[in-house]
Structures are given as C-alpha cells and as structure tokens.
Design a protein around this ligand. Sequence first.
Ligand code: ATP
Ligand code: MG
Length: 360
Amino acid sequence: KSVIMKPINIASIPADGIGPEVISVGIEVVQAVCARNSDIDLNFTHFDWGSDYYKRHGEMMPADGLDTLKTFDAIYFGAVGAPDVPDHVTLWGLRLPICQGFDQYANVRPTKIIAGIDSPLRNAGPGDLDWVIVRENSEGEYSGHGGRAHRGMPEEVGTEVAIFTRVGVTRIMRYAFRLAQTRPRKFLTVVTKSNAQRHGMVMWDEIAAEVATEFPDVAWDKMLVDAMTVRMTLQPDTLDTIVATNLHADILSDLAGALAGSIGIAPTANIDPEGRFPSMFEPIHGSAFDITGKGIANPVATFWTGVQMLDHLGLTNEASRLFTAIEQVCADGILTPDVGGTKTTRQVTDAVLDAIRQLN
Ligand code: ATP
Ligand code: MG
C-alpha cells in the first residue's frame, strides 16, 4: 500500500566550536521523529569543513565544495568561527559562499516565547510573542559596495553603498507575503527607513504596495525600523510576520532572539524559495568557544532549525511533532544553563528523544 518516498539526502556541516556538539544531537532527533514513518528514507552525509579543515588545507572547504553540495536536498549547518582563524576567513570561506552560491535569498527566523523559557519582557509569555522575521539575504547594505578615499588623512571619506534591485526586493516581498498567508493571522509588517533614506528605501515601500495587491487576503502595515524596536518591545502581540532588509533584519532578529529568552534557542533557515539549490538550516548562535567541549551547549536552536528543515522538505507532520517535543521538554524545565537550567546537552536531547517516542 505504501509508496516509498525517494531518499532525502542531507549534507551536514557541523564546522566549529559547539557546532559538532549540537549538530550530532540534532541529527539524532530529526532521525527519531522520522522513524515512525518507514517510507521516509533520510540520509545524512558529513563534511568536516570549517576552521580545522582550514588549518590543514588552507581553505575552509574544497574548491569544488559547492558542486558537491548542489546534489543534496538540504544542508544542516553548525557554526563557524575560531579564536585562531581570522573572522573574514571563517565568514567568507564557507557560510557566505553557500548562501550566495545557492542564491538563498530568504533568511527566515522564527521567534516565539516557549513555555519554560523566561522572556526579559515583563508579563510576556507564550502567545504574546510569535513572529517570523524574513531577512533579505542577497543584497542591500551588505552588498560590499563602497570604498575609502584619502585613507588616514583628515579629509578621508568612507562610503558604504546599499544596493537594492527591483528583482531582489520584489522576490523577497513575495516570499514574505506568501509566508504571512500561511500563518493564522495573515499579517505582514514591512520595515524600512524611508523617511530618512529616500531612494532604495522608498523603492521598498513602493514595491511592498505593489506586491500587496497580489495578496488581498493578507493584511499589512509599514514601520520605520527605529519605531519597530519600540513596538517589538512594548507591543509584541501586535506583530506576526516581518520583512526587512539585510541590515535591519540582522539587528531586529538579534533583538527578537533576546526577547524570546536566549541566543541558544533561535533557529534560522537560508532558503532558495525557487528550489533550484539546497537550502541551509542552522542555529543563529556562533561557535561559542567559551563553552565548547563542556557538554552544556543548548541544542534547542539546532532542534528548532531541524523543524524548519523538515517543513521545507515537505515532512510537515514530523516537523510539528518535533516542535511539540521541544516545547514539552522546555515546559518541563529540562534546560541548559544558558536558559537557567542545570541539564547537559545530552540530558536535554534524551528528554526530547523520549518525548518524540511518546508522540510517535
Ligand atoms: P561567533 O564568533 O561565531 O559569533 P561567538 O563565540 O561569538 O561565536 P555566539 O554564538 O555569538 O558566540 O554567542 C555568544 C555567547 O552566547 C557564547 O559565547 C556563549 O556563551 C553563548 N551561547 C551561544 N550559543 C549558545 C548555546 N547554543 N548554548 C549555550 N550558550 C550559548
Ligand atoms: Mg558572536
């Protein structure tokens, strides 16, 4: 009766610091939640790329690394960054080439207050903060355009040019409206700074209004980024789906992560919405060398990004079971020290595996 699904192949790149500690247990829980359905054939292939690889080979990944990854259905990524390798090497050597090479132009960051994890917001609990931030991930303020003239001289000038294209803004806006449409509230907030920045930001506002006509069932509003930080802090329940530029969403999602309780729980997905290339799923946090090897890294961000990955692969029942398991374990107070608990990575993982077995 059952139709065997074609194998799903996932590339895992744990990379640096706590990356391997959280990705290894992330794979355990993703596999466990798929175990009930024997039609699902999920395979992980490991790549030892990252800072140690760099120390041996002089590069963070092989020159044909993207060709190798291209054949996979998704990438499960840990973290990059090491104390003894320059930041520009770790950043530009692995993660960014994947994002850019695979045109993962939508960076998607769900944030939610989970029962059991305290928000620094007074009186805020589960239900008061449930957002998805969509970050434009391919252009804007981080386009690398600009330069410096008269370096070191009194008359020195530095420019940092943000590039916004009609194609780039339209596609991220469509993605955000479509995502808002799938959520119960069907509500999108478009963030810009179009009062002070009169070119690209005004274009964002115009394109938002154009794309909005394609989604008559989605309500939307506009916010200036400065006012947005206030609204996120004081009226979190008035927001749902949020779209912003590369820079603005970078800042807003750090704020969002802090308001939800910890950097150790925040997940992120780098999506190629057209499905031409594999998308990449990773915790927002970095390599955290201060806690590497201690066995206390919070695995929840990596589990949650596993939820995003399963969703993206069309395994929506598995995704929602995994999220439920995470919520149960947090609500039971089985937490790592960064969120006020006393448990280890292993103990939190075992609790999530137990919860999955109950749900399966
Ligand atoms: P990078 O340079 O790659 O950003 P980082 O060492 O600055 O990495 P971050 O991930 O940015 O580390 O996090 C800052 C601090 O937050 C870490 O030093 C660590 O103490 C804590 N932290 C981050 N992730 C986790 C986690 N998953 N579990 C527990 N604590 C974490
Ligand atoms: Mg950092």
